[in-house]
Design a protein around this ligand. Structure first.
Ligand code: APR
Length: 174
């Protein structure tokens, strides 16, 4: 049973085995968490992302998939890059967001990671409403069958933190 904890802060400061990156399919960096991880982790991460594009993901990493690289200078061993779905008013893309959490844990298990830090995937630039994003994150991770012992949700602002607190309480009351 994985233990869930909430952290208010910057995910690049988390000393865990694996940090999950809210990437885009290019794997070549971006803003938000992606930008912070590449800035903090240094060029090694991008070098390995480029190699993954050349060797395995020629058309880019598909939404809902996950792949690992070194964490470079971050206080972690690996970065697990996953591509969240862009929020849509007309289409329910929840399955893709669920897949991001599941696939990231599957990759973490393959690596032998025991502690994993997640950001609130898709709830920034990709526009996913934070309450629903938190519900999906907590629900998917708490139901996951994984050898990961601790998952930390690292929330960058008070609103996100409060949303995850509510989702965690709801999950525990169930
Ligand atoms: N640590 C933790 N959380 C962070 C950090 C950080 N350093 N920076 C941003 N966040 C939070 C945001 O506030 C949001 O709640 O992470 C969540 C995800 O936001 P984004 O990073 O914008 O990711 P996402 O919404 O999934 O959009 C992905 O943004 O950065 C680009 O290249 C990325 O194109 C991709 C898109």
């Amino acid at each position: 049973m994985v233990s869930l904890t909430l952290v208010r802060g910057d995910i690049t400061e988390e000393a865990v085995d694996a940090v999950v990156n809210a990437a885009n399919s290019s794997l070549l960096g971006g803003g938000g968490v992606d930008g912070a991880i590449h800035r903090g982790g240094g060029p090694e991460i991008l070098e390995q992302c480029r190699a993954l594009r050349a060797e395995r993901y020629v058309d880019g990493l598909p939404t809902g998939h996950a792949v690992a690289t070194t964490a470079g200078r971050l206080p972690a061993r690996w970065v697990v890059h996953t591509v969240g779905p862009v929020w849509s008013r007309t289409e329910d893309r929840s399955a893709d967001l669920i897949a991001c959490y599941r696939e990231s844990l599957r990759v973490a298990d393959e690596l032998g990671a025991r502690t994993v830090a997640f950001p609130a995937i898709s709830t920034g630039i990709y526009g996913w409403p934070i309450d629903d994003g938190a519900r999906i994150a907590v629900g998917t991770v708490s139901a996951a069958v994984t050898a990961v012992e601790e998952v930390r949700f690292v929330l960058f602002d008070e609103i996100a933190y409060a949303a995850f607190e509510t989702s965690l309480r709801d999950a525990r009351d169930r």
